[in-house]
Design a protein around this ligand. Structure first.
Ligand SMILES: [Zn+2]
Length: 251
């Protein structure tokens, strides 16, 4: 997602190349990564990183909403153009039930097993839906916080890295190769709460976009020029967008 390579030309070269956060930092934009998943897969190696697992939530794993405290203090200490990434646990399986605190659960009964084939599709879906409530809460609280900082020109972007199969056609979790993965794993939400400067919502709706657009759109938003930047993949640009973007791989 943070690479400038597209799905068509992606390779391991990405691991040894500057990603969008590196390019932003080089351009003088401060980048911070808050980690509440199992790691940043080398994306955050060269930027400031805070690991939620390092005794921030006592004995327990942190829920994604616990990252709001990090965002609060970050927002109160800004001195330059900045980006913060909140890397959620989100709805990663198989332990969907562990993603939501008891007081937030609304869909019951839940699947309480890591062995999903022991549960009914309804129980798995309930646990999954409860995890979505946490993401829902996180996104709405982030927007609320940003709104409260009227001195800042800010935007929020929520993008999933992939979807999950919940037992449809006997398929669970995620991670099948792109060419064989079902729609549930490939079709992801991308939500933008834009500042006045970043009016994606004014543009064409129903357009086909993909992770190919992600890094270029971030550079476009910050107005950063770089040799790796491709204007055609930048969703903040009114024309020529989507020209090379595909939501699903061509077969
Ligand atoms: Zn993931």
């Amino acid at each position: 997602m943070f690479s400038f390579l597209t799905a068509d030309n992606y390779s391991d070269v990405a691991r040894n190349s500057s990603n969008v956060l590196d390019v932003l930092e080089t351009a003088g934009i401060n980048a911070t990564w808050i980690e509440n998943n199992s790691g940043c897969k080398d994306v955050c190696n060269r930027i400031k990183t805070v690991k939620m697992s390092e005794s921030r939530c006592g004995e327990l794993e942190c829920y994604d909403v616990d990252m709001l405290e990090q965002l609060k203090s970050w927002l109160s200490n800004l001195h330059q153009d900045s980006i913060i990434v909140l890397h959620q646990m989100g709805s990663h399986g198989p332990a969907y039930y562990e993603r939501s605190p008891n007081e937030m659960k609304r869909f019951l009964p839940e699947c309480k097993s890591q062995e999903l084939s022991n549960c009914s599709v309804d129980e798995i879906t309930n646990a999954y839906d409860n995890s979505l409530l946490v993401t829902d809460q996180l996104v709405s609280q982030v927007i609320k916080l940003l709104k409260s900082h009227t001195e800042l020109d800010s935007s929020m972007m929520y993008v999933s890295d992939h979807g999950e199969s919940l037992g449809d056609n006997g398929i669970y979790l995620h991670g099948l190769p792109n060419w064989i993965a079902p729609e549930e794993q490939r079709h992801i939400p991308w939500i933008v709460w834009p500042s006045d400067e970043f009016n994606v919502s004014k543009h064409e709706t129903g357009a086909t976009i993909s992770h190919d657009n992600f890094s270029h759109t971030i550079l476009g938003y910050f107005n950063v020029e770089a040799s790796v930047y491709n204007e055609h993949l930048d969703l903040t640009k009114p024309d020529g967008r989507y020209a090379h973007a595909f939501a699903t791989p061509r077969r």
